[in-house]
Design a protein around this ligand. Structure first.
Ligand SMILES: *[C@@H]1O[C@H](CO)[C@@H](O)[C@H](O)[C@H]1NC(C)=O
Ligand SMILES: *[C@@H]1O[C@H](CO)[C@@H](O)[C@H](O)[C@H]1NC(C)=O
Ligand SMILES: *[C@@H]1O[C@H](CO)[C@@H](O)[C@H](O)[C@H]1NC(C)=O
Ligand SMILES: *[C@@H]1O[C@H](CO)[C@@H](O)[C@H](O)[C@H]1NC(C)=O
Ligand SMILES: *[C@@H]1O[C@H](CO)[C@@H](O)[C@H](O)[C@H]1NC(C)=O
Length: 351
């Protein structure tokens, strides 16, 4: 038996209803690049400057890429940039401007296809990282005509498994691209796809309605593109979950914004095989100190699986309740892999 742990997280932002603003009272950081997606030729340099009202930090798509951190003085001593193909990242402090005393510049030399994705600058000392409030991000395509389909760091084959759960209404085939205007077509095996209602997004891939892969049964899906006379593919095996694969969801899925005094209710639901024991644990800012928290468990047998839910309720939330809420589902059944996504979206401050 293997122990499987899955977890979901959500972010809670709190704004205060009184005259005093306790929540996010700062303006978001800003970038010196256009709001549109950036397109950088492979092996070239990506350079973005971020300015804001508090200490800033950066994140980038490849978690294995380590950046050298420099202060203003060290940054000035750095030899000015001779173009170099070798990949390296430097995050350096830069001089502030009136109204924006903090400045942090990200320079990625020798950018590679796997550096395609979101570059996010955020206020380092706030709990909730929310674009438009405490963070700003830009999507960069590192255009590599030799590798038009994106292979993430750690992903070493072109064949991935797509898990489709019983409850999903749509299936996203995540064939991400490094060439933003790549014309990607979708093919299915063993039967061709019914192509109505499919949507392409160069930052997500193809999204197809669930029924398209269900009927008739599709076993594999391939994204295909032609570039400079060559054909490229990104292939996926479809794995219909049956009752063995777990789907863990945290509702609401988007970050929650509450006024002080409102009740917070989060619902963590796991879809599990019959008779599977599950342990749902919560981690959140007030876990130790708040004795008003109530957690209720539910278990319901569906026709072909069991739905286990844990409902967390915090009456009359306080500012100290803001932060990340994580629900951790552990089972005692062997399984390959499955994952929950974390999301950060818009929140707004209230005065
Ligand atoms: C995709 O197709 C459009 C319209 O046919 C064309 O303008 C564009 O150049 C194509 N993109 C690539 C990367 O070939
Ligand atoms: C919050 O929960 C309490 C019970 O814990 C209930 O009496 C109250 O009506 C709820 N408030 C709102 C706004 O739902
Ligand atoms: C929790 O969410 C699941 C999935 O949507 C739903 O079936 C269940 O009724 C919810 N439970 C509560 C108490 O809201
Ligand atoms: C709300 O949090 C503040 C500290 O941030 C604390 O002093 C106050 O007692 C809390 N109020 C409640 C109702 O828990
Ligand atoms: C989830 O729970 C398991 C087992 O209790 C633990 O090993 C794991 O670290 C937890 N993960 C998180 C993110 O809390």
């Amino acid at each position: 038996m293997t122990e499987l742990a899955l977890f979901c997280r959500t972010l809670i932002g709190l704004a205060c209803a009184s005259g005093l603003v306790v929540g996010f009272s700062m303006t978001p950081p800003s970038l010196d690049v256009p709001k549109d997606d950036l397109v950088i030729p492979v092996y070239e340099t990506l350079r973005i400057t971020c300015r804001g009202q508090r200490t800033l930090a950066w994140t980038w798509p490849d978690p294995t890429l380590v950046a050298q951190e420099l202060n203003v003085r060290q940054a000035k001593q750095l030899p000015s940039s001779a173009p170099q193909r070798q990949r390296s990242a430097v995050v350096s402090e830069c001089e502030g401007q009136p109204g924006h005393p903090y400045c942090k510049r990200l320079v990625l030399r020798g950018a590679q296809a796997k550096d395609t994705g979101y570059y996010r600058c955020y206020y380092a000392n706030v709990k909730a990282i929310i674009d438009g409030t405490t963070a700003v991000s830009v999507y960069a395509f590192i255009r590599d005509p030799e590798q038009p389909f994106l292979l993430r760091a750690g992903q070493n084959s072109n064949l991935e498994t797509l898990l489709i759960t019983r409850h999903s209404t749509h299936v996203t085939v995540p064939c991400l691209v490094t060439v933003p205007d790549l014309n990607v077509t979708l093919h299915a095996y063993p039967t061709p796809l019914e192509t109505a209602d499919m949507k392409w997004n160069n930052k997500l891939g193809w999204t197809v309605p669930r029924r398209v892969v269900d009927n008739p049964m599709v076993l594999g899906i391939v994204c295909e593109a032609r570039l400079n006379g060559k054909s490229y593919q990104s292939a996926y095996l479809i794995h219909n979950t049956g009752s063995k694969v777990y789907d863990v969801k945290l509702f609401p899925e988007d970050p929650v914004e509450l006024m002080v005094g409102e009740n917070l209710t989060l619902n963590c639901t796991a879809l599990v095989e019959f008779n599977t024991g599950v342990d749902i644990k919560w981690a959140f800012p007030g876990a130790e100190s708040n004795n008003m928290v109530s957690i209720q468990s539910h278990r319901e047998a569906l026709s072909d699986a069991t739905e286990a839910a844990s409902i967390l309720t915090i009456p009359s939330v306080n500012v100290t309740d803001s932060g990340a809420y994580v629900c951790n589902v552990t089972s005692m059944t062997p399984l390959t892999h499955s994952k929950c996504s974390s999301q950060c979206t818009k929140s707004h401050s209230s005065t």
